[in-house]
Design a protein around this ligand. Structure first.
Ligand code: IDP
Ligand code: MG
Length: 150
């Protein structure tokens, strides 16, 4: 079972799309592990986006992600990292598949609603950065065998 880190970014929160994001992840069959509604400090933003330091959009990205509260979450499931990336859609909304969140609810790369980990290593780092291990809930659902093969 894989775990991945997801944020509903400030634009998603302001637009009332927290429920829509959660609903799509639930509907997909993924299992919620942790969630926290919070504001994002400059330091947290710099850590989350360290790989983008020096890029032309970096300062704007930090302003964007710290501009209001976010919903930080961990979800799990088989191939959860790839599944969530697919559900949120490509980074640039005009390249995102129809039916993905970024396609259905956004137009601009600098207002693309959500963040999700892109690899096993970043998922581990991002989960560690945002949540304490005791905040991650180990649980199962009665319906799991109808969604998870193993
Ligand atoms: P991702 O969010 O799909 O993983 P990344 O390439 O990791 O995409 O970029 C992180 C975030 O930085 C994007 O979601 C987007 O908000 C922002 N971003 C990426 N490229 C650009 C750009 O060219 N202009 C403005 N913002 C960008
Ligand atoms: Mg990324």
């Amino acid at each position: 079972m894989e775990r991945t880190f997801i944020l509903v970014k400030p634009d998603g929160v302001q637009r009332g799309l927290i429920g829509e994001v959660i609903s799509r992840l639930e509907r997909r069959g993924l299992r919620l592990v942790a969630a926290r509604f919070q504001s994002v400090s400059r330091k947290m933003a710099e850590r989350l986006y360290a790989v983008h330091q020096g890029k032309p959009f970096y300062d704007g990205l930090l302003d964007y992600i710290t501009s209001g509260p976010v919903m930080a979450m961990v979800w799990e499931g088989p191939s959860a990292i790839a599944a969530v990336r697919q559900t949120i859609g490509a980074t640039r909304p005009i390249e995102a598949e129809p039916g993905s969140l970024r396609h259905d609810f956004s137009l601009e790369v600098g207002r693309n609603l959500t963040h999700a980990s892109d690899s096993v290593e970043t998922a581990r780092k991002e989960i560690d950065l945002w949540f304490r291990s005791e905040d991650l809930v180990d649980w199962s659902r009665d319906i799991d065998p109808w969604i998870f093969e193993q």
